[in-house]
Design a protein around this ligand. Structure first.
Ligand code: AKG
Length: 379
């Protein structure tokens, strides 16, 4: 096994005496390393099997144009396709979604610029401990393990009237004037995602038989997260993962992946790949919407693999309700045959829980319920 030696890729922070030295992921160097640090090597049973191509998951493309215009046959077809995909695994794709392809291309372009900068430049937006916004790459201590082979840049998008230029202002504050174009593109992209997510909420309302407005109204005000994922090449792609297996705790994810491929979904006890399609967004249901649909729609385990030749990019918009909104399924989805399975909760509480305790191999809501109980007992 390679030893973790100080190198240009792994800048050593000299911590105060008694605190473990830490090492930071610098893609510009690490992508050429043939022996990858132990912290990035995943256990045998979780490593991706790259020698044989995975079966492809059929993720039905849903044509949103007809749905948005309200053409009855198109509405009923879209609802039926979404319903069957969401009951099985929660993944589908949308095409003719109304998001300008020039905006998507521009977003990919500025990602290349950002992640292509030297590490010290990117670190101007460094994520602070306990926060979810900012630039993050793996931070390795001696005992860290199963680290993802990627860099990310995350920021908040909110519909709060006080936050009209939240994204743009964020970049202006942390990166300065030179990043005003970058901030504008990210702001515009989030606005497009916000609009699209509300359209998809209408579709989910129709597919669940409760009408267009219920979920749209629920999410009309939202407090969401945008994350740019950048996966540098890795010389040992069969030993590591770009994003480890996880379910999204949020409500709905809208993902745009470039044409490299790497997204995989765990369905019927097997990993399946999702072929990239630049005209489509991949949509998946998150844990919060699974609870809101009273378990009818599934939030499914997924991950991303890396390769040894080309960087891969994806843009993920995670729709979430306002922090204090109580997540409770509509009465029409609760009946004798389909009793309540999840407790009422606010997104703020669930977010806190997932940030502190999330593990891919646990039953999230069982653990969440125990955590709430424990906190109540302490009062
Ligand atoms: O990059 C991808 O394809 C998946 C990203 C993802 O699952 C995430 O950011 O949570």
């Amino acid at each position: 096994m390679p030893t973790l030696l100080p190198s240009p890729s792994l800048s050593i922070n000299k911590e105060p005496k008694g605190v473990q030295n830490s090492l930071i992921f610098d893609a510009s160097f690490l992508q050429n390393e043939t022996s990858i640090p132990q912290q990035f090597v995943w256990p045998e049973e979780e490593k991706p099997r790259l020698e044989t191509p995975l079966p492809q998951l059929y993720v039905p493309p849903v044509d949103l144009k007809g749905f948005f215009t309200g053409e009855p046959a198109a509405v009923s077809h879209a609802a039926q396709v979404v319903d069957s995909a969401c009951r099985k695994h929660g993944f589908f794709q949308v095409i003719n979604h109304g998001v300008d392809s020039r905006l998507i291309k521009e977003a990919h372009k500025i990602m290349d610029l950002f992640f292509g900068m030297p590490l010290c430049e990117k670190q101007r937006a460094q994520r602070k401990v306990g926060e979810y916004c900012g630039y993050a790459s793996s931070f390795t201590g001696r005992f860290s393990s199963k680290l993802p082979w990627k860099e990310t840049l995350s920021f908040r998008y909110s519909t709060d009237p006080q936050c009209t230029n939240l994204v743009q202002d964020y970049f202006l504050n942390v990166m300065g004037e030179d990043f005003s174009h970058f901030g504008r593109v990210c702001q515009e992209y989030c606005e497009a995602m916000s609009k699209l997510s509300l359209g998809i909420m209408e579709l989910l309302g129709v597919s669940l038989g409760i009408g267009r407005s219920h979920f749209r109204d629920f999410y009309e005000e939202h407090d969401s997260i945008m994350r740019l994922n950048y996966y540098p090449p890795c010389q040992k792609p069969d030993q590591t993962l770009g994003t480890g297996p996880h379910c999204d705790p949020t409500s709905l994810t809208i993902l745009h992946q470039d044409n490299i491929g790497g997204l995989e979904v765990f369905v019927d006890e097997k990993w399946h790949s999702i072929a990239p399609c630049s005209e489509a967004f991949v949509i998946n249901i998150g844990d919060t919407f699974m609870a809101l649909s009273n378990g009818l729609y599934k939030s499914c385990l997924h991950r991303a693999v890396v390769n040894n030749h080309t960087p891969r990019k994806s843009l993920a918009f995670f729709l979430s309700p306002k922090m204090n909104k109580v997540v409770c399924p509509p009465k029409a989805l609760v009946e004798d045959m389909n009793q309540r399975i999840y407790p009422d909760f606010t997104w703020a509480r669930f977010l806190e829980f997932t940030q502190k305790h999330y593990r891919a191999d646990m039953d999230t809501f069982e653990a969440f319920a125990k955590w709430i109980q424990m906190q109540n007992d302490r009062k």
